[in-house]
Design a protein. Structure first.
Length: 176
C-alpha cells in the first residue's frame, strides 16, 4: 500500500529545516548561545492602517492579510540566523536560515517610512519575504553585515587563514 509514502513523509517531518531545505548540517543546537538583534511581530502601524482602511470593500482582503500576519507571524534576527515563525491554524512552520546562505537583502519603506518590506535572497535562488517590518533599514544593514562576516569566516576556514578580530587593525601595537 502507501508504506513508502508514509515513510518519506515521516522522514521529511523529522528532518531539521533551513530555508525550506533539510540539510543534515543544520541542527537546532547550532543556534545555541545566539544574541537576539530583533524579535517580534509585523508592525502594529501596518495593522492599524489596514484595519482603518478596511471599511472600504476594496481594501478588505489587505486588512484580512494584515490581521493574519499580526496574529500568526513572528520574525527573529539573531547574530547566527534569520527566523520566520508562522503559527497559523492552516499551516504552522518555522524557517531558519544562517547568514552564510544570504546573497542579498533589499528593503523598501511603507507607511511613510515607519515600517517596510524586505526580501532576502539566498544562495539557492530562493527568497524570504518580510512584510511590515519595524526598523527595516537597521535590520537590512544588520543582515548584510552578518552575511559579509559569515562569508569572510567561511573563506578563512577554507583557506586556513585566521579571521581578524573586530577592531584589531586599529589597535596600537604593544611593546616597543
Amino acid at each position: 500500500g502507501g508504506g513508502a509514502k508514509a515513510d518519506k513523509k515521516k522522514a521529511r517531518e523529522a528532518a531539521p529545516r533551513e530555508g525550506g531545505r533539510t540539510p543534515a548540517a543544520m541542527a537546532p543546537e547550532d543556534w545555541e548561545g545566539e544574541t537576539v538583534f530583533f524579535e517580534g511581530p509585523p508592525s502594529r502601524g501596518d495593522l492599524a492602517t489596514n484595519v482603518a482602511l478596511g471599511v472600504s470593500i476594496l481594501w478588505l482582503p489587505l486588512t484580512i492579510a494584515a490581521v493574519g500576519r499580526a496574529l500568526w507571524v513572528k520574525y527573529k534576527f539573531t547574530d547566527k540566523r534569520i527566523s520566520i515563525t508562522s503559527t497559523s491554524p492552516l499551516n504552522s512552520e518555522q524557517t531558519d536560515v544562517s547568514y552564510k546562505r544570504v546573497v542579498n537583502c533589499v528593503a523598501i519603506g511603507r507607511g511613510i517610512g515607519l515600517w517596510g518590506d524586505m526580501v532576502v535572497t539566498l544562495d539557492d535562488g530562493s527568497k524570504l519575504e518580510f512584510r511590515a517590518l519595524d526598523k527595516f533599514q537597521e535590520i537590512r544593514d544588520y543582515i548584510l553585515e552578518r552575511a559579509a562576516e559569515a562569508k569572510e569566516a567561511e573563506t578563512a576556514r577554507r583557506t586556513g587563514e585566521k579571521v581578524p578580530l573586530k577592531g584589531a587593525e586599529t589597535a596600537a601595537p604593544k611593546g616597543f
